[in-house]
Design a protein around this ligand. Structure first.
Ligand SMILES: [Zn+2]
Length: 67
């Protein structure tokens, strides 16, 4: 019995992703528009922000975010 490891190229997925880029909202940190092809986070108060912006902002705080 031969088991082949399936290495699927994710071309179709990448294409579908590129076609479905949508505006998520405005970043609460840098005020730029966020598209869903970027890493972003949404908060409980319905605001969103770039993940990178949140991370940078978080680093500035003396206390760590307690999840
Ligand atoms: Zn941002």
């Amino acid at each position: 019995m031969v088991i082949r490891s399936a290495r699927k190229p994710k071309k179709t997925w990448a294409k579908a992703k590129a076609q479905s880029i949508r505006l998520v909202g405005r970043c609460r940190y840098c005020k730029k528009e966020i598209t869903n092809d970027e890493s972003f986070v949404c908060f409980a108060d319905k605001t969103c922000g770039h993940y990178e912006c949140m991370r940078l902002d978080d680093e500035k705080k003396p206390t760590a975010f307690d999840w």
